[in-house]
Design a protein. Structure first.
Lengths: 117, 118
């Protein structure tokens, strides 16, 4: 069964450092997403990406965050200058294009745990 | 705005007994509703979804969920629980009116830990 893979599984960084989280979505999927879950809290939407541009982003996704699909297979989330409150599990997801786009099923990766010290 | 509530942080059932994991939602229009399950060190896995039509939706691993519009609920059920069903379960909603390019923005509940005892 096709999987979304994420690296690293766990990253520890110092406050103020840049972090790049990487994801390889399912190959025939066209929509890509990042979600995050702060420990003990809900899974929150960060951003969606389609046709090489951001299609929607949440209030959380400020100027410190950016996404990129540099080579047609990887999908990355960059946090430019990490803060303590960025510590969370970050989930990448992808979905295929269907006629009922709102009912798309997202396939999630196992997550990248980011710890900011 | 859309929101989801899972009123129980934990649900404990004995193996072989029926289980219910509760979910209520709030959207401005009509909802698309989803259940996902998360096992340790794994990503969220899709279980089932409600789009339209029959209010009773059947999904993976013998799970089903009933859409109740008047009660704005989408409770997850299984007639006979297995120890292997023990996991973290998330309900999620997308407002059907969102449209546009909001193809994947799901709003999740806080999750319910299901523990099935042998």
């Amino acid at each position: 069964e096709p999987e979304v893979t994420q690296t690293p599984s766990h990253q520890v960084t110092q406050m103020g450092q840049e972090v790049i989280l990487r994801c390889v979505p399912i190959s025939n999927h066209l929509y890509f997403y990042w979600y995050r879950q702060i420990l003990g809290q809900k899974v929150e939407f960060l951003v969606s990406f389609y046709n090489n541009e951001i299609s929607e982003k949440s209030e959380i996704f400020d100027d410190q965050f950016s996404v990129e699909r540099p080579d047609g297979s990887n999908f990355t989330l960059k946090i430019r200058s990490t803060k303590l409150e960025d510590s969370a599990m970050y989930f990448c997801a992808s979905s295929e294009r269907t006629s009922l786009s709102g009912a798309n099923v997202l396939t999630f990766g196992a997550g990248s745990r980011l710890t900011v010290l | 705005a859309q929101s989801v509530a899972q009123p129980e942080d934990q649900v404990n059932v004995a193996e072989g007994n029926p289980l219910t994991v509760k979910c209520t939602y709030s959207v401005s229009g009509n909802p698309y509703l989803f259940w996902y399950v998360q096992y340790p060190n794994r990503g969220l896995q899709f279980l089932l979804k409600y789009i339209t039509g029959d209010n009773l939706v059947k999904g993976s691993y013998g799970f089903e969920a009933e859409f109740n519009k008047s009660q704005t609920s989408f409770h997850l059920k299984k007639p006979s629980a297995l120890v292997s069903d023990s996991a973290l379960y998330f309900c999620a909603v997308r407002d059907r009116k969102a449209g546009g390019t909001s193809y994947g923005k799901l709003t999740f509940g806080q999750g319910t830990i299901l523990t099935v005892h042998p």
